[in-house]
Design a protein around this ligand. Structure first.
Ligand code: SOE
Length: 390
């Protein structure tokens, strides 16, 4: 019989929706499932918010006291979907209570927090994962497979971008994502870390960075509602008091990898016309790979030994023959979405719990990404090449 595991999810916002959907759907896709995630209790800031999340996301119970929930013996998994400022406190308490933990990205606000989280889960011997879900796009996993099989040879160059436009409007509200004390950093922590995670996954550890960081909009109207709606959808009207933005809006960096590859990274939430524009281009000694999340069913590949009369990028549509293809849809092109990346992430997390083998990215990988984020921010200040600390 497939084991039922009780999940307590802390945070009922955008990520809570994505995780709750994955708990419900994972066994429908991946069967036999490694476990049946039972949506036991959802925690939010107030009782009313928690009750809404319970009713909406199909949890049995609601609570506004995460400490009490973490201490409950009937809870197997703690899922952290909160803003970044409470990741460390919750994760450390959950580890001490012996719970398996999945934590939204970025792992923490600072390297110090990430280090203490990684130490706590190691000491407790629990399974841990950071929710950098874009690794779980089948086309990205296929790129990884080609690279591991040596199909594009030794990697020479990596180019990664993550461009969005939800914060381009200077009158979009000052949500927690623009406040250092809550978010830790701006674009660097929020989305550049996704690119760093993908670079680590596909190429290897980044060694040094040389970055420009900038903040275009130094103030924003104070957020009227308590809910982060990601930008101008909640645009303030009339004379609304403004508060200071003390994080970065954009980062552009050159990269050197430990294995000798070089590369670049760009991330911004102010690029009008770009929505979730994650692109990766990787050149190797035997071929190249290109991926664009806005066309995420597709991987563009070029192999240098293709016949001379048909050289060029070809489009591979991911499907049953590709990573996670057994569980997802039976025909290529039916459509991979954001949900599927979260369902696959959920499958890998519960598989790790079942087998006792740590998944990736785990908290150690999350710490490494945090170290790169720290180097990007330092380099943005100094203008110099900065080494990724260890
Ligand atoms: C906002 O930039 C955001 O919600 C990020 O926080 C997520 O990590 C990304 O997947 C989508 O955009």
């Amino acid at each position: 019989m497939t084991k039922v595991m009780n999940v307590a999810m802390i945070g009922g916002g955008f990520m809570g929706k994505a995780h709750a959907m994955a708990y419900a759907s994972m066994p429908m896709f991946f069967w036999p499932a490694p476990a049946i995630p039972n949506r036991k209790v959802v925690v939010d800031v107030t009782d009313a918010m928690a009750q809404t999340a319970r009713d909406r996301y199909g949890f049995e119970e609601a609570s506004s006291d995460w400490r009490a929930v973490v201490a409950r013996p009937d809870i197997d998994v703690i899922d952290i979907c909160t803003p970044n400022n409470v990741h460390a406190e919750i994760a450390i308490a959950a580890a001490e209570a012996g719970k398996h933990i999945i934590c939204e990205k970025p792992l923490a606000r600072t390297v110090e927090e990430a280090r203490s989280m990684a130490a706590a889960v190691k000491k407790a011997g629990v399974i841990h994962m950071v929710a950098f879900n874009y690794r779980r796009t089948p086309a990205v996993a296929l790129a990884k497979k080609y690279i591991e099989e040596g199909r594009i040879g030794r990697i020479l160059n990596f180019r990664g971008t993550y461009l969005q436009d939800w914060s381009a409007d200077p009158d979009g509200p000052l949500s927690w994502r623009f406040q250092k004390k809550i978010a830790g950093s701006g674009t660097v922590g929020d989305i550049a870390t996704h690119v760093v995670d993908l670079a680590h996954y596909l190429v290897g550890p980044i060694e040094t960075v040389n970055a420009i960081t900038t903040t275009y909009n130094k103030t924003r109207p104070l957020q009227q509602s308590g809910v982060d709606k990601l930008g101008a959808s909640e645009k303030a009207s009339g004379d609304v008091e403004r508060g200071e933005v003390d994080v970065d809006d954009e980062v552009i960096s050159m990269l050197r990898f430990e294995n000798g590859a070089i590369g670049s990274l760009e991330a911004t939430r102010n690029a009008y016309g770009r929505n979730n524009f994650i692109t990766l281009e990787i050149h190797g000694t035997k071929g190249s790979i290109h991926f664009n999340y806005e066309r995420r069913d597709e991987l563009q590949v070029m192999f240098a030994d293709d016949p001379a009369d048909s050289r060029g990028f070809r489009t591979v549509y991911t499907g049953p023959a590709h990573p996670y293809g057994d569980g997802l849809w039976p025909i290529p092109g039916l459509g991979i979405g954001y949900s599927e990346t979260k369902i696959v992430e959920c499958f890998d997390f519960f598989t790790a719990i079942k087998t006792g083998r740590l998944p990736s990215p785990n908290f150690d990988d999350g710490l490494l990404t945090e170290l790169v984020a720290d180097a990007l921010l330092r380099s943005g200040e100094t203008g110099a090449w900065e080494r990724v600390g260890r």
